[in-house]
Design a protein around this ligand. Structure first.
Ligand code: SF4
Ligand code: SF4
Ligand code: SF4
Length: 204
């Protein structure tokens, strides 16, 4: 999408795809399909963390969402890609492994390595750090959670206020009423899975 903006074009096709997907499934991809999300969950799994604290300041990712296309438009370059963790993991590291003797590694290669290390450390101390605070794709999909066909239904009658669903929420949501609709919910279903009273369920 940035590439379109860099060339002064409106990214109609990628934007349409994201909108259609968002309406169909909101942040479902974040909970079930994204390798970057899965990698962070793996770090949390290794740490053995089971109870998660509520998340504050999660709106930072909306600044990144605005900043990313703005910088691409003003600076005619893919600035976010230069600092994106995906680039570190899926481009810089594989390139290095395939070309260890290459002499042209420069500033941005080392920046990506630094970002990779920082990412792992931050994900260790804060579950889904990248998804909560930085990722512009997650921020964009988050807008569609309210419209999404995939939803989490809460049955208040069955709920005994045990708080287990809030404890296991890897994104640190603070209210059950926000499950499935908050821009921060990744529709991962951990809350659904852990509710002992079956007060939460996925609907399509
Ligand atoms: S917020 Fe971004 S990094 Fe996280 S799961 Fe969603 S798309 Fe992937
Ligand atoms: S886990 Fe189920 S019963 Fe417990 S607070 Fe959540 S919805 Fe209510
Ligand atoms: S509210 Fe439930 S589905 Fe949403 S992020 Fe938290 S655990 Fe996952």
């Amino acid at each position: 999408m940035q590439q379109f903006i860099v060339y002064g074009k409106i990214p109609i096709y990628p934007l349409s795809f994201l909108v259609v997907y968002g309406v169909l499934a909101g942040r479902f991809f974040c909970g079930w399909g994204c390798p970057v999300g899965a990698f962070q969950d793996f770090i949390t799994y290794l740490k053995g963390e089971k109870n998660f604290k509520p998340t504050n300041f999660w709106y930072t990712k909306f600044f990144v969402l605005i900043l990313t296309p703005t910088l691409a438009w003003i600076g005619h370059d893919l600035y976010f890609c230069k600092v994106c963790f995906s680039g570190s993991l899926f481009a810089s590291i594989p390139f290095y492994l395939l070309n260890p003797t290459y002499k042209g590694y420069g500033f941005f290669f080392y920046l990506h390595i630094f970002i990779l290390v920082a990412f792992v450390v931050l994900a260790y101390f804060k579950s889904r750090f990248w998804c909560k605070y930085i990722c512009p794709i997650g921020a964009f999909y988050g807008f569609f959670n309210r419209l999404s066909m995939v939803k989490i239904k809460f049955n208040k009658e069955k709920c005994e206020n045990c708080g287990l669903c809030l404890n296991v929420c890897v994104m640190g949501l603070k209210r059950i009423e926000d499950f499935g609709v908050s821009t921060n919910c990744i529709l991962c279903g951990r809350c659904v899975e852990h509710c002992p009273k079956k007060a939460l369920k996925f609907t399509f």
